[in-house]
Write a protein that binds this ligand. Sequence first.
Ligand code: ATP
Length: 234
Amino acid sequence: MLKLETIDAGYGATTILHDVSLDVNAGEVVTIVGANGAGKTTTLRTIAGLIRPTSGRILFEGRDITRLSAHETVDLGITLIPEGRQLFPEMTVHENLLMGAYRSAAREKQADTLEEVLTLFPRVRERLDQNAASLSGGEQQMVAIARGMMARPKLLMFDEPSLGLAPIIVAQVFAVIDTIVKTGATVLIVEQNVFHTLKAADRGYVLENGEIVLTDSGKALLANDHVRQAYLGI
Ligand code: ATP
């Protein structure tokens, strides 16, 4: 579904990603793990069209999307749920959710999608009229995920969904991601919570200093000595 071929990307004259190649197949959960500053967010932003690669190619469903803008990638069905949620704080939950449905294919089905999404997130339904700023961190993350789903994406990318959340809420976030996968979506997830993500993922890539140094099944990476020492503290 998604293929990165030897991508170099960065900010201005600074190259952050070096020769990054990765694949995400339809229906898979794939994760990119790595330390702070390894380039995980940069990878997702590059796929989403927010950063233009300086070399390499990105293919989505066989089509070259390397030079597409962020709104064009959204139109194709790629949605990024950014780190830190980035809700509109003064808008209600309901208004925030509708902002997610701007993709043309999603706009037509907005009412149906909203109902489907609220069925998945009963807590969000209870808070539809509340301002986003008044929600707890965990609730904000649920709204951010729900808003991402309003675009009816084919590929849903999560940037650090568990950041700053209490362990019990982290478990809920991963349970929701599991449910989303069961609806047929494809998921690419970036996390520092390596244990949870590798458990949830079919496959994973380890990114260090902007380079992919290791790839394997989630299960094999959990058992890998380097991963255990560097990321799991075992
Ligand atoms: P974290 O988990 O801390 O978010 P990350 O793996 O997602 O880490 P990135 O956010 O992709 O890492 O950052 C990779 C490198 O790019 C870092 O050295 C960072 O300082 C740099 N960087 C990020 N954003 C910018 C920017 N807008 N301009 C210049 N450099 C940036």
